[in-house]
Design a protein around this ligand. Structure first.
Ligand SMILES: Cc1cc2nc3c(=O)[nH]c(=O)nc-3n(C[C@H](O)[C@H](O)[C@H](O)COP(=O)(O)O)c2cc1C
Length: 381
Protein backbone atom coordinates (compact mmCIF):
# COMPACT_ATOMS: atom_id res chain seq x y z
CA UNK A 1 0.00 0.00 0.00
CA UNK A 2 1.33 3.45 -0.93
CA UNK A 3 0.43 7.06 -0.32
CA UNK A 4 -1.38 7.44 -3.64
CA UNK A 5 -3.70 4.63 -2.59
CA UNK A 6 -4.82 6.49 0.53
CA UNK A 7 -8.22 8.04 -0.11
CA UNK A 8 -9.60 8.32 3.39
CA UNK A 9 -8.92 8.03 7.12
CA UNK A 10 -9.05 4.23 7.04
CA UNK A 11 -6.46 3.96 4.25
CA UNK A 12 -4.05 6.27 6.10
CA UNK A 13 -4.61 4.37 9.33
CA UNK A 14 -3.74 1.13 7.58
CA UNK A 15 -0.59 2.58 6.00
CA UNK A 16 0.45 3.99 9.40
CA UNK A 17 -0.14 0.58 10.98
CA UNK A 18 2.19 -1.01 8.44
CA UNK A 19 4.92 1.58 8.90
CA UNK A 20 4.97 2.09 12.68
CA UNK A 21 6.28 -0.20 15.40
CA UNK A 22 3.19 -1.72 17.06
CA UNK A 23 3.51 0.13 20.42
CA UNK A 24 3.60 3.53 18.66
CA UNK A 25 0.64 2.70 16.42
CA UNK A 26 -1.30 1.58 19.49
CA UNK A 27 -0.37 4.77 21.36
CA UNK A 28 -1.99 6.84 18.57
CA UNK A 29 -4.88 4.51 17.82
CA UNK A 30 -5.69 3.53 21.39
CA UNK A 31 -8.00 5.07 23.95
CA UNK A 32 -9.11 4.57 27.55
CA UNK A 33 -10.67 1.46 29.16
CA UNK A 34 -12.97 -0.31 26.69
CA UNK A 35 -12.58 2.47 24.08
CA UNK A 36 -16.35 2.98 24.07
CA UNK A 37 -16.11 6.75 23.89
CA UNK A 38 -13.50 6.55 21.13
CA UNK A 39 -15.92 4.55 18.97
CA UNK A 40 -18.90 6.71 19.91
CA UNK A 41 -17.17 9.92 18.89
CA UNK A 42 -17.42 8.92 15.23
CA UNK A 43 -20.65 6.91 15.54
CA UNK A 44 -22.47 9.98 16.89
CA UNK A 45 -22.21 11.63 13.45
CA UNK A 46 -24.00 8.66 11.91
CA UNK A 47 -27.13 9.29 13.96
CA UNK A 48 -27.52 12.65 12.29
CA UNK A 49 -28.71 12.97 8.68
CA UNK A 50 -28.12 15.82 6.28
CA UNK A 51 -31.15 17.19 4.41
CA UNK A 52 -29.83 19.06 1.37
CA UNK A 53 -31.29 21.99 -0.55
CA UNK A 54 -30.77 22.07 -4.30
CA UNK A 55 -30.69 24.47 -7.26
CA UNK A 56 -29.00 27.31 -5.40
CA UNK A 57 -26.09 28.22 -7.66
CA UNK A 58 -23.02 26.76 -5.98
CA UNK A 59 -20.20 27.29 -8.47
CA UNK A 60 -17.95 28.96 -5.89
CA UNK A 61 -17.84 27.96 -2.26
CA UNK A 62 -16.15 29.90 0.56
CA UNK A 63 -14.83 27.62 3.31
CA UNK A 64 -13.27 30.33 5.47
CA UNK A 65 -14.20 30.95 9.10
CA UNK A 66 -13.09 33.32 11.85
CA UNK A 67 -12.49 31.61 15.16
CA UNK A 68 -10.63 32.77 18.26
CA UNK A 69 -9.85 35.98 16.38
CA UNK A 70 -8.11 34.06 13.57
CA UNK A 71 -9.26 34.07 9.98
CA UNK A 72 -8.81 30.52 8.67
CA UNK A 73 -9.23 29.37 5.08
CA UNK A 74 -10.75 26.11 6.34
CA UNK A 75 -13.27 25.36 9.11
CA UNK A 76 -11.02 22.70 10.69
CA UNK A 77 -7.61 22.87 12.35
CA UNK A 78 -4.97 20.39 13.51
CA UNK A 79 -5.55 19.77 17.20
CA UNK A 80 -2.45 19.74 19.45
CA UNK A 81 -0.97 16.28 19.94
CA UNK A 82 2.08 15.00 21.78
CA UNK A 83 5.29 13.36 20.56
CA UNK A 84 4.90 13.88 16.81
CA UNK A 85 8.55 13.24 15.89
CA UNK A 86 8.10 9.74 17.25
CA UNK A 87 5.45 9.09 14.61
CA UNK A 88 7.52 10.51 11.75
CA UNK A 89 10.92 12.19 11.93
CA UNK A 90 9.47 15.44 10.46
CA UNK A 91 6.93 15.61 13.29
CA UNK A 92 5.40 19.02 14.08
CA UNK A 93 7.30 20.62 11.18
CA UNK A 94 5.34 18.50 8.70
CA UNK A 95 2.01 19.33 10.33
CA UNK A 96 2.74 23.07 10.59
CA UNK A 97 3.94 23.20 6.97
CA UNK A 98 0.83 21.42 5.70
CA UNK A 99 -1.48 23.58 7.85
CA UNK A 100 0.24 26.71 6.48
CA UNK A 101 -0.17 25.53 2.96
CA UNK A 102 -3.91 25.13 3.52
CA UNK A 103 -4.26 28.33 5.55
CA UNK A 104 -5.42 26.76 8.77
CA UNK A 105 -4.29 26.68 12.40
CA UNK A 106 -2.00 24.03 13.91
CA UNK A 107 -1.79 23.04 17.54
CA UNK A 108 1.47 22.59 19.42
CA UNK A 109 1.41 20.41 22.52
CA UNK A 110 3.45 21.13 25.63
CA UNK A 111 4.57 17.54 25.02
CA UNK A 112 5.52 18.51 21.46
CA UNK A 113 8.88 17.55 20.00
CA UNK A 114 9.68 20.81 18.15
CA UNK A 115 9.77 24.16 19.95
CA UNK A 116 6.85 26.57 19.72
CA UNK A 117 9.37 29.34 18.88
CA UNK A 118 10.79 27.53 15.87
CA UNK A 119 7.30 26.69 14.59
CA UNK A 120 6.06 30.25 15.13
CA UNK A 121 9.04 31.72 13.25
CA UNK A 122 9.00 29.26 10.36
CA UNK A 123 5.31 28.92 9.48
CA UNK A 124 3.02 31.88 8.88
CA UNK A 125 -0.30 30.40 9.95
CA UNK A 126 -1.88 30.77 13.44
CA UNK A 127 -0.59 28.55 16.21
CA UNK A 128 -2.58 27.20 19.14
CA UNK A 129 -0.33 26.35 22.07
CA UNK A 130 -1.70 23.69 24.41
CA UNK A 131 -0.54 23.45 28.00
CA UNK A 132 -1.31 21.82 31.32
CA UNK A 133 -1.45 23.31 34.82
CA UNK A 134 1.63 22.54 36.93
CA UNK A 135 2.05 22.44 40.69
CA UNK A 136 4.98 24.80 40.18
CA UNK A 137 3.21 28.15 39.69
CA UNK A 138 6.47 29.68 38.46
CA UNK A 139 6.52 27.17 35.64
CA UNK A 140 2.94 28.12 34.66
CA UNK A 141 3.86 31.79 34.55
CA UNK A 142 7.07 31.05 32.64
CA UNK A 143 5.13 29.06 30.05
CA UNK A 144 2.65 31.89 29.48
CA UNK A 145 5.50 34.39 29.20
CA UNK A 146 7.35 32.17 26.76
CA UNK A 147 4.28 31.74 24.55
CA UNK A 148 3.74 35.51 24.61
CA UNK A 149 7.30 36.19 23.54
CA UNK A 150 7.09 33.54 20.83
CA UNK A 151 4.01 35.28 19.34
CA UNK A 152 1.56 32.39 19.86
CA UNK A 153 -1.94 33.48 18.79
CA UNK A 154 -4.18 31.16 20.82
CA UNK A 155 -3.64 29.55 24.22
CA UNK A 156 -5.46 26.31 25.05
CA UNK A 157 -5.46 24.89 28.56
CA UNK A 158 -6.38 21.20 28.53
CA UNK A 159 -8.76 20.47 31.38
CA UNK A 160 -9.74 16.85 30.74
CA UNK A 161 -6.42 15.37 31.87
CA UNK A 162 -6.35 16.13 35.58
CA UNK A 163 -5.11 12.56 35.87
CA UNK A 164 -3.93 10.10 33.21
CA UNK A 165 -6.48 7.96 31.33
CA UNK A 166 -6.31 4.17 31.61
CA UNK A 167 -4.85 3.23 28.23
CA UNK A 168 -4.62 -0.51 28.36
CA UNK A 169 -2.97 -0.94 24.97
CA UNK A 170 -0.02 1.08 26.31
CA UNK A 171 0.09 -1.02 29.48
CA UNK A 172 0.26 -4.14 27.36
CA UNK A 173 3.08 -2.91 25.08
CA UNK A 174 4.96 -1.01 27.78
CA UNK A 175 4.76 2.22 25.78
CA UNK A 176 6.06 5.09 27.84
CA UNK A 177 8.57 7.91 27.33
CA UNK A 178 11.42 7.13 27.92
CA UNK A 179 10.70 3.67 26.51
CA UNK A 180 10.34 0.83 28.98
CA UNK A 181 9.05 -1.73 26.57
CA UNK A 182 7.88 -5.21 27.30
CA UNK A 183 9.65 -7.98 25.38
CA UNK A 184 6.75 -8.18 22.93
CA UNK A 185 6.92 -4.40 22.51
CA UNK A 186 10.66 -4.58 21.72
CA UNK A 187 10.08 -7.22 19.07
CA UNK A 188 7.60 -4.89 17.41
CA UNK A 189 10.38 -2.30 17.04
CA UNK A 190 12.76 -4.88 15.65
CA UNK A 191 10.41 -5.75 12.78
CA UNK A 192 10.05 -2.12 11.62
CA UNK A 193 13.69 -1.32 10.67
CA UNK A 194 12.82 1.63 8.37
CA UNK A 195 11.12 3.45 11.20
CA UNK A 196 14.05 2.66 13.51
CA UNK A 197 16.60 3.87 10.93
CA UNK A 198 14.76 7.16 10.42
CA UNK A 199 14.34 7.69 14.13
CA UNK A 200 17.99 7.02 14.89
CA UNK A 201 19.46 9.05 12.01
CA UNK A 202 17.54 12.25 12.74
CA UNK A 203 17.96 14.75 15.56
CA UNK A 204 17.59 13.25 19.03
CA UNK A 205 14.22 13.04 20.73
CA UNK A 206 13.40 15.93 23.04
CA UNK A 207 10.47 17.86 24.49
CA UNK A 208 11.54 21.49 23.95
CA UNK A 209 8.46 23.03 25.60
CA UNK A 210 9.50 21.39 28.86
CA UNK A 211 13.22 20.82 28.54
CA UNK A 212 14.23 23.43 31.08
CA UNK A 213 11.93 21.79 33.58
CA UNK A 214 11.77 18.09 32.81
CA UNK A 215 14.95 16.20 32.08
CA UNK A 216 13.79 13.53 29.64
CA UNK A 217 17.27 13.09 28.20
CA UNK A 218 18.68 12.25 31.62
CA UNK A 219 15.78 9.82 31.98
CA UNK A 220 14.82 11.27 35.31
CA UNK A 221 11.19 12.13 34.51
CA UNK A 222 8.97 9.97 32.36
CA UNK A 223 5.78 11.31 30.83
CA UNK A 224 3.88 9.19 33.30
CA UNK A 225 5.69 10.91 36.17
CA UNK A 226 5.19 14.30 34.49
CA UNK A 227 1.43 13.71 34.74
CA UNK A 228 1.42 12.24 38.21
CA UNK A 229 4.07 14.38 39.89
CA UNK A 230 4.26 17.71 38.10
CA UNK A 231 0.67 18.45 37.12
CA UNK A 232 -1.66 19.80 39.77
CA UNK A 233 -4.87 17.86 40.41
CA UNK A 234 -6.01 20.58 42.83
CA UNK A 235 -6.47 23.04 39.93
CA UNK A 236 -9.67 25.09 40.23
CA UNK A 237 -11.52 27.82 38.32
CA UNK A 238 -9.74 30.47 40.40
CA UNK A 239 -6.35 29.22 39.21
CA UNK A 240 -7.47 29.28 35.60
CA UNK A 241 -8.97 32.78 35.97
CA UNK A 242 -5.48 33.98 36.95
CA UNK A 243 -3.92 32.36 33.87
CA UNK A 244 -6.56 33.92 31.63
CA UNK A 245 -5.75 37.34 33.12
CA UNK A 246 -2.00 36.78 32.72
CA UNK A 247 -2.41 35.81 29.08
CA UNK A 248 -4.77 38.67 28.25
CA UNK A 249 -5.60 37.39 24.76
CA UNK A 250 -7.33 34.50 22.99
CA UNK A 251 -7.64 31.75 25.61
CA UNK A 252 -9.69 28.56 25.38
CA UNK A 253 -10.36 25.56 27.59
CA UNK A 254 -9.95 22.24 25.82
CA UNK A 255 -11.86 19.25 27.10
CA UNK A 256 -14.89 20.88 28.63
CA UNK A 257 -18.32 19.20 28.21
CA UNK A 258 -21.00 20.60 30.56
CA UNK A 259 -23.18 23.68 30.22
CA UNK A 260 -22.30 24.73 33.77
CA UNK A 261 -18.59 24.66 32.91
CA UNK A 262 -19.17 26.52 29.65
CA UNK A 263 -20.84 29.32 31.64
CA UNK A 264 -17.94 29.40 34.11
CA UNK A 265 -15.51 29.67 31.21
CA UNK A 266 -17.28 32.85 30.08
CA UNK A 267 -17.29 34.27 33.62
CA UNK A 268 -13.52 33.92 33.97
CA UNK A 269 -12.90 35.63 30.62
CA UNK A 270 -12.16 32.73 28.24
CA UNK A 271 -12.78 33.53 24.58
CA UNK A 272 -13.31 29.93 23.47
CA UNK A 273 -14.19 26.40 24.58
CA UNK A 274 -13.39 23.14 22.86
CA UNK A 275 -15.83 20.33 23.57
CA UNK A 276 -13.60 17.29 23.65
CA UNK A 277 -12.99 14.01 25.44
CA UNK A 278 -9.36 13.88 24.28
CA UNK A 279 -10.26 11.48 21.48
CA UNK A 280 -11.65 8.99 24.02
CA UNK A 281 -8.26 8.73 25.73
CA UNK A 282 -9.30 9.98 29.17
CA UNK A 283 -12.78 9.28 30.64
CA UNK A 284 -14.27 6.29 28.88
CA UNK A 285 -18.05 6.43 28.84
CA UNK A 286 -18.05 10.21 28.51
CA UNK A 287 -20.41 11.68 25.94
CA UNK A 288 -19.42 12.29 22.34
CA UNK A 289 -18.72 16.00 21.78
CA UNK A 290 -21.00 16.06 18.73
CA UNK A 291 -23.91 14.74 20.85
CA UNK A 292 -23.30 17.49 23.40
CA UNK A 293 -22.75 20.31 20.95
CA UNK A 294 -26.32 21.62 20.46
CA UNK A 295 -26.91 21.98 24.20
CA UNK A 296 -23.72 23.99 24.61
CA UNK A 297 -24.25 26.17 21.53
CA UNK A 298 -27.79 26.98 22.70
CA UNK A 299 -26.57 27.93 26.16
CA UNK A 300 -23.45 29.98 25.35
CA UNK A 301 -22.87 30.07 21.59
CA UNK A 302 -23.66 33.78 21.31
CA UNK A 303 -21.08 34.72 23.98
CA UNK A 304 -18.05 32.49 23.37
CA UNK A 305 -16.52 30.63 20.41
CA UNK A 306 -17.61 27.00 20.63
CA UNK A 307 -15.35 24.42 18.96
CA UNK A 308 -15.29 20.65 19.20
CA UNK A 309 -13.03 17.72 18.37
CA UNK A 310 -13.29 13.94 18.45
CA UNK A 311 -14.04 11.30 15.87
CA UNK A 312 -13.93 13.52 12.79
CA UNK A 313 -12.99 11.44 9.76
CA UNK A 314 -15.05 12.96 6.93
CA UNK A 315 -15.98 16.29 5.42
CA UNK A 316 -19.63 15.57 6.21
CA UNK A 317 -18.73 15.22 9.91
CA UNK A 318 -17.34 18.75 9.77
CA UNK A 319 -20.46 20.00 7.98
CA UNK A 320 -22.71 18.47 10.64
CA UNK A 321 -20.77 20.06 13.53
CA UNK A 322 -20.78 23.46 11.81
CA UNK A 323 -24.51 23.14 11.08
CA UNK A 324 -25.19 22.62 14.78
CA UNK A 325 -23.22 25.78 15.54
CA UNK A 326 -19.52 24.99 16.09
CA UNK A 327 -17.27 27.83 14.87
CA UNK A 328 -14.58 25.34 13.80
CA UNK A 329 -13.57 21.77 14.59
CA UNK A 330 -10.30 20.08 15.47
CA UNK A 331 -8.90 16.87 14.04
CA UNK A 332 -6.38 14.61 15.77
CA UNK A 333 -5.85 11.11 14.43
CA UNK A 334 -7.16 12.35 11.07
CA UNK A 335 -3.76 14.00 10.46
CA UNK A 336 -1.62 11.82 12.76
CA UNK A 337 -2.03 8.65 10.72
CA UNK A 338 -1.07 10.48 7.49
CA UNK A 339 1.92 11.98 9.33
CA UNK A 340 3.03 8.51 10.39
CA UNK A 341 2.32 7.12 6.93
CA UNK A 342 4.23 9.69 4.87
CA UNK A 343 5.31 12.81 6.80
CA UNK A 344 4.47 16.21 5.30
CA UNK A 345 3.25 14.71 2.02
CA UNK A 346 0.82 12.54 3.93
CA UNK A 347 -0.58 15.41 6.02
CA UNK A 348 -0.92 17.59 2.92
CA UNK A 349 -2.79 14.87 1.11
CA UNK A 350 -5.15 14.32 4.06
CA UNK A 351 -5.87 18.04 4.55
CA UNK A 352 -6.44 18.40 0.80
CA UNK A 353 -8.86 15.48 0.82
CA UNK A 354 -10.76 16.94 3.76
CA UNK A 355 -10.97 20.32 2.03
CA UNK A 356 -12.29 18.65 -1.14
CA UNK A 357 -14.84 16.64 0.84
CA UNK A 358 -16.13 19.74 2.65
CA UNK A 359 -16.33 21.70 -0.59
CA UNK A 360 -18.15 18.87 -2.36
CA UNK A 361 -20.48 18.41 0.63
CA UNK A 362 -21.28 22.13 0.72
CA UNK A 363 -22.19 22.11 -2.97
CA UNK A 364 -24.37 19.04 -2.53
CA UNK A 365 -26.06 20.73 0.44
CA UNK A 366 -26.72 23.87 -1.61
CA UNK A 367 -24.47 26.13 0.49
CA UNK A 368 -21.83 28.60 -0.68
CA UNK A 369 -20.56 29.78 2.70
CA UNK A 370 -20.18 28.24 6.15
CA UNK A 371 -22.72 30.67 7.62
CA UNK A 372 -25.43 29.08 5.43
CA UNK A 373 -25.04 25.75 7.24
CA UNK A 374 -27.91 25.53 9.70
CA UNK A 375 -29.83 23.09 11.87
CA UNK A 376 -32.77 23.19 9.45
CA UNK A 377 -30.70 20.90 7.30
CA UNK A 378 -30.20 18.24 9.99
CA UNK A 379 -32.49 15.46 11.23
CA UNK A 380 -31.69 12.98 14.00
CA UNK A 381 -32.55 9.31 13.93
C1 LIG B 1 -1.60 10.44 19.90
C2 LIG B 1 -2.39 11.57 20.50
C3 LIG B 1 -1.74 12.49 21.31
C4 LIG B 1 -2.46 13.56 21.88
N1 LIG B 1 -1.79 14.48 22.63
C5 LIG B 1 -2.48 15.53 23.15
C6 LIG B 1 -1.80 16.52 23.94
O1 LIG B 1 -0.60 16.48 24.14
N2 LIG B 1 -2.56 17.52 24.45
C7 LIG B 1 -3.90 17.64 24.24
O2 LIG B 1 -4.54 18.56 24.75
N3 LIG B 1 -4.56 16.71 23.50
C8 LIG B 1 -3.88 15.69 22.96
N4 LIG B 1 -4.55 14.75 22.19
C9 LIG B 1 -6.00 14.94 21.91
C10 LIG B 1 -6.23 15.72 20.62
O3 LIG B 1 -5.84 17.07 20.75
C11 LIG B 1 -7.72 15.72 20.23
O4 LIG B 1 -8.49 16.18 21.31
C12 LIG B 1 -8.20 14.32 19.81
O5 LIG B 1 -7.20 13.63 19.11
C13 LIG B 1 -9.45 14.43 18.95
O6 LIG B 1 -9.93 13.17 18.61
P1 LIG B 1 -9.62 12.44 17.21
O7 LIG B 1 -8.24 11.88 17.30
O8 LIG B 1 -10.68 11.41 17.14
O9 LIG B 1 -9.74 13.50 16.12
C14 LIG B 1 -3.85 13.68 21.63
C15 LIG B 1 -4.49 12.74 20.80
C16 LIG B 1 -3.78 11.70 20.24
C17 LIG B 1 -4.50 10.73 19.34
Amino acid sequence: MRLQHCHNFHDFRELARRRLPGPIFDYIDGAADDEVTYRRNTASFERCDLVPNVLRGVETVDLSVTVMGQKLALPFYCSPTALQRLFHHQGERAVAAAASQYGTMFGVSSLGTVSMEELRQTYATPQMYQFYFHKDRGLNRAMIQRAKEAGVEVMALTVDSITGGNRERDLRTGFTIPFRLTLAGMLQFAIKPMWALNYLTHEGFKLPQLDEHVDMGGRTVSIERYFTEMLDPSMTWDNVAELVRDWNGQFCLKGLMSVADARRAIEIGCTGIILSNHGGRQLDGSRAPFDQLAEIVDAVGDRIDVMMDGGIQRGTHVLKALSVGAKAVGVGRYYLFPLAAAGQRGVERALGQMRAEIERGMKLMGCTSITQLARDNLRYR
